[in-house]
Design a binder for this molecule. Sequence first.
Ligand SMILES: C[S@@+](CC[C@H](N)C(=O)[O-])C[C@H]1O[C@@H](n2cnc3c(N)ncnc32)[C@H](O)[C@@H]1O
Length: 430
Amino acid sequence: MTPAAHALAAIEVLDEIAARPRPAAEALKDWGRSHRFAGSGDRARIASLVYDALRARASLAWRMGDDSGRALTLGALVFTRGAAPDALSVAFAESAHAPAPLTEGERSAIAGASLDGAPAHVRGDYPEWLDAPLARVFGEDRAAEGAALAQRAPLDLRVNLLKGDRAKAERALSHLKPAPTPLSPWGLRVPLSDDGRGPPVQAEPAFLKGLVEVQDEGSQLAALIAAAGPGLQVVDLCAGAGGKTLALAAAMGNRGQLYAYDADIRRLAPLQQRAERAGVRNLQTRAPKGEADVLADLAGRADLVLVDAPCTGTGTWRRNPDAKWRMRPAALELRNAEQDEVLERAAGLVKPGGRLVYVTCSLLAEENEDRVAAFRARHPEFAPVPAVEAAVGAGAAPLAAHATASGAELLLIPRRDGTDGFFVATLRRA
Ligand SMILES: C[S@@+](CC[C@H](N)C(=O)[O-])C[C@H]1O[C@@H](n2cnc3c(N)ncnc32)[C@H](O)[C@@H]1O
């Protein structure tokens, strides 16, 4: 397929999502099924263009004066990728399967495009109803923070210390030109292609042998700050597929006991195989079993309970750009209830003197500081560990610079830190 044919396909997929709202990944899969001639490389290029358009949907629609799939695709090609309108028209005219060349109206929209006077939610590419929650956290910077969340996400790897060090992984992957991540001592960042696609790292021997895992630098730092050390009893209460579980395991050096639990047994399914690949030998997974409390034996015994809470994922919009447009206020309320519930469960597992580390990949205070404050009101036996102390305790003193204004928690912000957005609060039980 030609680049022009990729553009035509992106237009079709974007129009399809607008007509029948659903996750972009599903719409892309359906497109692939009904266009069998498209190879995996073509599908990846189409997906990359669709995601570029979705990340900046509001600002592209504003600049183009139109929110159709065609306008968004042209906008992404011109404003995100730097294509010249003339060159696009030529390429479209030369290809059999291509969008129509640019109209005069489109050319003049592009020539006169400006975000001057656009409201913050358009400049920041987020849903209008989130303007107040984001203003609460970022004030006048909310549009700039939103715009940073509308950039492409990098491809980060975490080096698994159970299998080697960062230098070894860098050598093994030298053909991909990885560079150490700025903040995480475990991280390598792999450059993307010009159109935003990453190399297939999951097919690399270094990945297959467990030397590296794919994990955003922010997620690595959230696990790092939890300071799971050798010999501890650690519970990862919302383990999911185990992204942070594996990082905790590496920090423990296979000494002590790590328990991974998730309310959804299906999410835990990949963990066993991932742990084997990573050489983890001190992990027990506990899945729900009907009414039974499968964590009852751990009550009051854990040195550390990590709560990587279910959240709206506003910090990961760079990776899930369509999720931000599908997010509704009711989802925030539901997540808040789940966060309170899982914190309650965690409280009962922490031993006196032990720590509860609460993490979200959200930037919203409703899911972050508010949940911690509500928890502390219910549980005065838990006291906050200041971010400086938590960072030093984790051997990551420079992270103290990322403390929130109160100094009580850490907040990683894509615009400043280049990571996904993450919030980390550490609480110690008296
Ligand atoms: C942010 S995700 C976890 C991601 C995972 N820790 C990682 O690093 O890859 C949150 C998880 O919490 C789980 N969850 C939701 N409610 C829960 C509850 N009450 N108890 C335990 N897990 C819960 C969800 O199934 C989901 O897998």
